[in-house]
Write a protein that binds this ligand. Structure first.
Ligand SMILES: NC(=O)c1ccc[n+]([C@@H]2O[C@H](COP(=O)([O-])OP(=O)(O)OC[C@H]3O[C@@H](n4cnc5c(N)ncnc54)[C@H](OP(=O)(O)O)[C@@H]3O)[C@@H](O)[C@H]2O)c1
Length: 443
């Protein structure tokens, strides 16, 4: 046996071992550590196997089938809702909903008789695909232009007088060198900045009390990719160092080089699991470590800071303030326009939408991050309070991968990161906002 086949054999054994370990951990639910991102890890392993095995398609097929079977065996089960549940009289605003998970959620909400406003950049497409219910409406919303956000929010105000659930769902895998109408790097601009402004513009409707005392919820559709995100520029100078894509540039597209995807994936996974600097010498690759991850990290930070400010303002206020819960979600690897893979390989779109549904209806505290198995990780509470006396780490640090990685990507000072992001976002979006202040602005 020559050295190359020995290496292949070792890689395969490692891959099989890891697959088995992850499957076992999932099945017996031993620990939270394996939960978020395990699908990503498996996909990357598969991709690596593909690269190694291009000349051996049968083995590749075998690996894909193994993954598919495993996915079905260990994946999150569909959410079951009580038969009598109705959302009649509840208003939902869903940003980015003309395909994928957002559209599936719209259909589920329509079945529950909620009033749903879909914000879509292509209204004709939205009208074609939307659930056929008199309670569902399509309005124009192009999140790559901040000035369109205010117009959309005004239109929302003409259709509903209160927002109970705001779902910040729009997303895409980076486009190389693309910018918003304001010249902001596109992933950051669409997935974070415009969602930020939208929340601000709808805030007065979010704050209106529900007759039955229902808390409002703002759900940021993030991703486990946040764990590979990098926003260090926020803490340098005015924090604006990379908003135009000076350092990072989006290039996670299926068309881009497969090699980049595999190597980038392996690199970010190694970073994710082992936090090793051994791989620092690799060329900087866009995929998981690029613009998409950065935008997803921004979404997680925003959802945390929003909750923090809501809690603070509730403490300061002497009058009634509606309870608002801000929640971030990783849906798993779900079939959609972003992930055009078959249901047997990845999570079906409907089941993916159950993650969002859980964030809207489940017993999820504000400031949480919900992972692909619908496990709730209380990021805000565990990372902004005092550290565990024994370990000097936040609660959950050693058994919750999202908490562990959140602390790592924010260099142990998440509060500084989220505050800096908020300031940068306010400055950038202020010229496009309808008023100079929103109640959550610090003096
Ligand atoms: N699928 C997954 O495995 C996965 C995993 C982790 C996180 N997520 C997140 O889940 C969310 C939904 O994605 P998906 O997987 O359902 O993909 P999708 O099918 O591509 O849906 C994304 C939606 O965002 C909309 N959108 C994109 N750019 C927009 C813009 N500038 N203005 C307004 N709307 C815009 C798209 O509109 P058009 O129809 O006009 O393109 C589409 O309706 C995203 O935030 C994504 O990052 C998905």
């Amino acid at each position: 046996m020559d050295g190359a086949s020995l290496l292949m054999g070792a890689c395969e054994a490692l891959m099989a071992g890891l697959l088995l370990l992850f499957a076992t951990l999932r099945v017996v639910e031993l620990s939270d550590l394996y939960l978020a991102s395990s699908h990503h890890l498996l996909l990357h392993l598969l991709a690596s196997a593909l690269l190694m095995r291009l000349a051996r398609p049968k083995r590749l097929l075998g690996a894909a089938v193994l993954y598919g079977v495993m996915r079905h065996a260990i994946d999150a089960r569909p959410l079951t809702l009580p038969d009598e549940l109705t959302l009649a009289g509840t208003n939902v605003v869903l940003a980015g909903a003309s395909s994928g998970i957002g559209l599936a959620l719209a259909a589920q909400l329509a079945r529950l008789e909620a009033t749903v406003v879909l914000g879509c950049r292509d209204v004709a497409k939205c009208e074609r695909v939307r659930p056929q219910s008199p309670h569902v409406r399509c309005l124009s919303l192009n999140l790559s232009d901040l000035s369109a956000v205010k117009t959309f929010a005004e239109a929302v105000g003409r259709h509903i007088d209160r927002v109970d659930y705001l779902v910040l769902n729009a997303g895409f895998l980076g486009k190389h060198g693309a910018r918003t109408a304001q010249g902001i790097e596109l992933s950051f601009g669409v997935m974070h900045l415009s969602h930020f402004l939208l929340t601000r513009e709808l805030w007065h409707l979010i704050q209106r009390p529900h007759p039955a005392g229902l808390p409002a919820r703002v759900v940021s559709h993030a991703s486990a990719a946040f764990m590979a995100g990098e926003l260090k520029s926020l803490l340098v100078g005015d924090g604006m160092g990379d908003v135009h894509g000076e350092v990072v540039d989006g290039c996670l597209t299926w068309e881009n080089s497969f090699r980049d995807w595999v190597v980038g994936g392996a690199r970010s996974m190694a970073h994710l699991y082992f936090n090793t600097s051994l791989i620092a010498g690799f060329p900087t690759l866009c995929p998981i470590a690029g613009a998409y991850s950065r935008a997803k990290l921004a979404q997680v930070l925003f959802s945390q800071e929003l909750q923090h400010r809501v809690d603070e303002s509730a403490l300061r206020s002497s009058g009634f303030v509606r309870e608002v819960r801000s929640i971030a979600l990783h849906p798993g690897t779900v079939r959609s326009a972003i992930v055009p893979l078959p249901d047997w390989l990845v999570r079906p779109t409907d089941v993916g939408a159950h993650g969002l549904m859980y964030c809207l209806l489940g017993d999820v505290p504000g400031g949480s991050y919900v992972d692909e198995m619908r496990r709730v990780h209380n990021l805000l509470n565990s990372t902004s309070g005092g550290m565990d006396v024994q370990s000097g780490r936040p609660d959950g640090y050693f058994y919750s991968l999202p908490i562990f990685m959140y602390m790592r990507v924010t260099e142990g000072v998440p509060a500084r990161y989220r505050a800096a992001l908020w300031d940068v976002s306010e400055t950038l979006s202020a010229p496009y906002a309808s008023s100079k202040r929103w109640p959550l602005t610090h003096d």
